[in-house]
Design a protein around this ligand. Structure first.
Ligand code: ADP
Ligand code: S3P
Ligand code: MG
Length: 478
C-alpha cells in the first residue's frame, strides 16, 4: 500500500515506522521544511513538507504524488496545543483537504475519547452519546463526520503515553498530582501506549475498517487506583484530593471507554495496562524518571537502598552480601535475578542470545526492583552502559562505586569462568583496562561515593559502605 501520514508526532511517527517495516510505501508529512529535513535524515521512509490546513498545499502534494496512486491517508497531525481556531484549520479543514485531494484513498482520522462528555463513570462504546459541549470537542466531531462520509475510519484515542510522555507519572513525581472528584476516588483514566495506538491505526488502515473505533487499553482505573500503585512503585506519598478543574482543556469527564469493538476485529495489545507497560517497556519508567531528575524542579528523592556499582571483580556481590548482613537489609544481585528469570546461566545467555539480549534482561531485572526498600543492590559491572538504566539506579538509592586497578581485578576474577566478557580473553587485564576506560566516566557520573578497594578486605569495604550510607540517609532526613 501507499500510505500518507499527515503529522509525524508521537503516534504518527510510530505508525509510519510500523507501515514501513511491514513493507508499505510511506510518505510522512510535516508542516515545516525543517522537521521534514530532520525526519528525512532519521527515517527510512519518505517525508514531504505540507501544510494540510492549506488546500493549495495539499493539492500540490496530490499532484506531485499522483492522487490516485495513494491507498490510504492517516491524519495524525496535532493542533500543537492550540485552541479552537487551530482545531478548525488543522482537524476540520485538514481532513476536508485530504479527503478531497485523495478521493481514492481510505481516510483515517485520529480523534479522541474526549468527545465522550459522560461524567458518571458509565461505560461508553462507539454508539454512546458523543457530543462534547466545548468548541474544541465539537470540531473533533466535525472532522470525524468528514471522515465517515468519505467511508473512512475514526480512531478515538485515549490518553497517550509512552517513553518520554506520561502525565500521570510525571505529575506524581513532580508533586503536582491530585485525585479529582468522584468522592475521593478520582476520575477514570483511559490510557493507551503510543505503540499500541500506532498499531491500531495501522490495523484499521490495512484492513480498511470503516467506522468509529475506540483505542484504549484493557485496564481502565480510577486516579486513586492508579496513583496508589504508582506510589508503591516509586516510593511516594499518595496525593491529596481536589475538585475537578472546569478549565481543563479536554473538559472534565468521568467514563470508562470500551475497546470491545476494536478487539473484535483482531487487534491485540502489546501493553494490556499501564502497569504492564511500566514493567515491560524498557524505556517508559526510566524516561520519566530522567525527565524529572533533569528538570531540576523537584529535589531528587532516593529510595532507602544501597546500590553497588563497579567493574567485574570489584566486589559488588561479595561486599553487598556482607553489608546486607551487617545492617539487616536484603541482598539483591541483578545477575542472580537475571539467571532466575531466564532459567539459564549468564554465559549461556551470552552464548545463545548475545550481549544485547543480556542487557535487556538486565534492564528488566533492574526495573523489577522499583518499589523495593531496605535492600543492598549488587549490580553487574556493565549495568551503567545502558543509558536507560541510569535514572532507575539513581532513583533506587545511595550509589557506591567499588573501584580497583585492572591488575587486581584480573586476579580476583581469574578463579571462575562465570564472566563471558573475560572468558577466553588471552589478556584479561588488558580487557579490564579497556572496560575501565569506557566505563569510568559512567561510574563516576553516577556514584555518590567511590571506594578504592585495592588495599581493603571485603569486610573493610563493607564497613565503609555501611557507614557512608548511614551518613547519607541521615542527611537526607534533615
Ligand atoms: N578486597 C576485596 N574486595 C572485594 N573482593 C575481594 C577482595 N579481595 C578479594 N576479593 C575476591 O574477589 C572476588 C570479587 O568478586 P565479586 O564479589 O563477585 O565481584 P563483582 O560482583 O563486583 O564482580 C571475590 O571472590 C572476592 O572474595
Ligand atoms: O561487566 C559486565 O559487563 C558484566 C559483569 C558481570 O557482573 P559482575 O560485575 O558482578 O561480575 C555480569 O553482569 C556479566 O558477566 C557482564
Ligand atoms: Mg557480581
Amino acid at each position: 500500500m501507499k500510505v500518507i501520514i499527515a503529522g509525524c508526532g508521537f503516534v504518527g511517527e510510530r505508525a509510519a515506522d510500523l507501515l514501513h517495516a511491514a513493507g508499505h510505501e510511506v510518505i510522512g508529512l510535516t508542516h515545516s521544511p525543517e522537521s521534514a529535513a530532520r525526519l528525512a535524515a532519521a527515517k527510512p521512509w519518505r517525508t514531504e513538507s505540507c501544510d494540510i490546513s492549506s488546500s493549495a498545499s495539499v493539492s500540490a502534494l496530490a499532484e506531485k504524488l499522483g492522487a490516485v496512486s495513494v491507498d490510504a491517508v492517516i491524519h495524525c497531525a496535532s493542533s500543537s496545543r492550540g485552541g479552537a481556531e487551530m482545531y478548525q484549520t488543522v482537524y476540520v479543514d485538514g481532513m476536508r483537504h485530504l479527503t478531497t485531494a485523495f478521493p481514492r484513498a481510505f481516510p483515517l482520522y485520529t480523534s479522541s475519547t474526549s468527545v465522550y462528555p459522560q461524567v458518571n463513570g458509565e461505560t461508553v462504546d462507539e454508539t454512546s452519546f458523543a457530543d462534547p459541549d466545548r468548541d474544541t470537542g465539537r470540531l473533533l466531531r466535525e472532522a470525524e463526520k468528514i471522515t465517515l462520509v468519505a467511508k473512512g475510519a475514526v480512531a478515538r484515542l485515549a490518553g497517550i503515553y509512552g517513553p518520554g510522555r506520561s502525565f500521570v507519572l510525571k505529575n506524581l513525581l513532580e508533586g503536582k498530582a491530585a485525585i479529582e472528584g468522584n468522592n475521593g476516588q478520582g476520575r477514570i483514566l483511559n490510557q493507551i501506549h503510543a505503540d499500541d495506538a500506532a498499531a491500531a491505526l495501522v490495523h484499521l488502515v490495512t484492513k480498511r475498517l470503516a467506522g468509529i473505533y475506540n483505542v484504549v487499553d484493557d485496564a481502565q482505573m480510577t486516579q486513586r487506583q492508579c496513583l496508589e500503585r504508582l506510589c508503591t512503585l516509586f516510593g511516594m506519598k499518595i496525593p491529596g484530593t481536589r475538585e475537578p478543574d472546569p478549565t481543563r482543556k479536554r473538559g472534565w469527564s468521568h467514563k470508562r471507554v470500551s475497546n470491545t469493538k476494536l478487539h473484535a476485529t483482531g487487534w491485540t495489545l502489546r501493553y494490556a495496562s499501564y502497569f504492564d507497560a511500566l514493567r515491560d517497556d524498557p524505556d517508559l519508567a526510566s524516561s520519566i524518571l530522567s525527565l524529572v531528575q533533569n528538570g531540576g524542579e523537584v529535589a531528587l528523592h532516593r529510595q532507602p537502598n544501597i546500590v553497588l556499582i563497579g567493574l567485574m571483580g570489584s566486589g559488588k556481590t561479595t561486599v553487598g552480601r556482607i553489608v546486607a548482613q551487617m545492617i539487616g537489609f536484603q541482598i539483591v544481585d541483578t545477575d542472580h535475578l537475571i539467571v532466575d528469570n531466564a532459567g539459564k546461566s549468564i554465559p549461556d545467555i551470552f552464548a545463545t542470545e548475545g550481549e544485547a539480549a543480556f542487557r535487556l534482561h538486565e534492564s528488566a531485572a533492574l526495573r523489577s526492583l522499583l518499589g523495593r526498600r531496605g535492600c543492598v543492590i549488587a549490580t553487574g559491572g556493565g549495568i551503567v552502559t545502558q543509558p536507560r538504566n541510569l535514572a532507575i539506579l539513581r532513583h533506587l538509592g545511595y550509589i557506591v562505586w567499588l573501584d580497583a586497578d585492572p591488575e587486581r581485578l584480573a586476579r580476583r576474577t581469574a578463579a571462575n569462568n562465570n564472566r563471558p566478557l573475560l572468558n577466553g580473553e588471552e589478556d584479561p587485564k588488558a580487557k579490564l583496562e579497556r572496560l575501565l576506560n569506557e566505563r569510568k566516566p559512567l561510574y563516576k557520573g553516577l556514584a555518590d561515593l567511590r571506594i578504592q578497594t585495592a588495599e581493603l578486605t571485603p569486610q573493610e569495604t563493607a564497613y565503609g559502605v555501611m557507614e557512608s550510607a548511614r551518613v547519607f540517609f541521615a542527611k537526607l532526613k534533615k
